[in-house]
Design a protein around this ligand. Sequence first.
Ligand SMILES: Cc1ncc(COP(=O)(O)O)c(C=O)c1O
Length: 203
Amino acid sequence: MIVKTDFDRVIDRRGTCSVKYDCAEGRGKPADILPLWVADMDFQSPPAVREAVQKVAQFGIYGYTAADDSYTAAVRGWFSSRFGWDPEAQWLVTTPGVVCAVANAVRAFTQEGDGVLIQTPVYYPFGEKILCNGRRVVENPLIFRDGRYTMDFEDMERKIIEEKIKLFIFCSPHNPVGRVWSREELLRLGDLCHRHGVIVISD
Ligand SMILES: Cc1ncc(COP(=O)(O)O)c(C=O)c1O
């Protein structure tokens, strides 16, 4: 089903405990700023999502829940139809959020003192979760040229070798630079990490 969304409709989110708007001043920003740091939409979620949430709200009991088979089927269906990839149900692990998953993966796949690679500038919790787990941040800065950011593959390979990198936290699409990486960039990146045995956390 095709659902049309009015992307020109401006919805005032102030006064809704929104981190993006209501916490800006508390974070030292001007009150009238348009915050773009967080992956937080200003468009309404599609009708099917709103209806599902309303159904749960109407039920009125908000007890503990667990992901059931319909959840697993939905996630697998998405990966299959979008990416032609069919993960086994037992490979899927739920977490409270991406940042929590990143922190757990850092602990699972590296040891204290190891370097973890990130492409800066990047969503600040990546570096935070590396450091607070006693690992080192190894930066592979993006190149800014002619108003566009690209990856520095030579620098990346050098750092992987010199710093004995086992883990790379990849931001795709990239926050904050706004790049949707091309197929060529992704293939080159995948090949590079594969050749050096680097595990990729793809956020
Ligand atoms: C790149 C990126 N990853 C993860 C998150 C947060 O994900 P979660 O709320 O699931 O921890 C954000 C939020 O802005 C983000 O920009």
